[in-house]
Design a protein around this ligand. Structure first.
Ligand code: DQA
Length: 145
């Protein structure tokens, strides 16, 4: 049975493609999901791709992933910079966690420079556009063998 990788997306990423395209590009979250599904098949990983605008729902999904998912890739979006709750949930997850940001958060406003999730993440990708997701998935494949 192939390992399941949970890919989580935080608030406003449902509007990827329409949302500040000069920062986040023109691809939609459906495009990102399709790229991850294709690569997942190639790597022999089952990809479970989700988005929520609600902090509690993301926390519920992280809790439910315990003992089920072999890794989590998360773009916590704005919750990166605010959510101790998401960090605490990830701290209870026993397998690898990779953090992705489409934009280079370190080049942007100072409030984006700190991410709570980074305290738990085994790796962080920022500023690689939507390619960051497939790069993270390739890295995840090496971590979950
Ligand atoms: C983001 C960066 C965050 O600062 C922002 O709030 C987002 C998206 C990124 O993917 O670049 O919503 O996580």
């Amino acid at each position: 049975m192939s390992a399941t990788i949970l890919i989580l997306n935080g608030p406003n990423l449902n509007l990827l493609g329409q949302r500040q395209p000069e920062v986040y590009g023109h691809a939609t979250l459906k495009d990102v999901e399709a790229n991850c599904a294709t690569l997942g098949t190639e790597l022999g990983l089952k990809v479970d791709f989700r988005q929520s605008n609600h902090e509690g729902e993301l926390i519920d999904w992280i809790q439910q992933a315990r003992g089920v998912a072999s890794g989590i890739i998360i773009n916590p979006a704005a919750y990166s910079h605010t959510s101790v709750g998401i960090l605490d949930a990830l701290n209870m997850f026993e397998a690898p966690v990779l953090e992705v940001h489409i934009s280079n958060i370190h080049q942007r406003e100072s409030f984006r420079h700190h991410s709570y999730v980074t305290h738990r993440a085994d790796g962080v990708i920022a500023g690689m556009g939507i390619e960051g997701y497939t790069l993270a998935l390739r890295r995840m494949a090496t971590l979950v063998v």
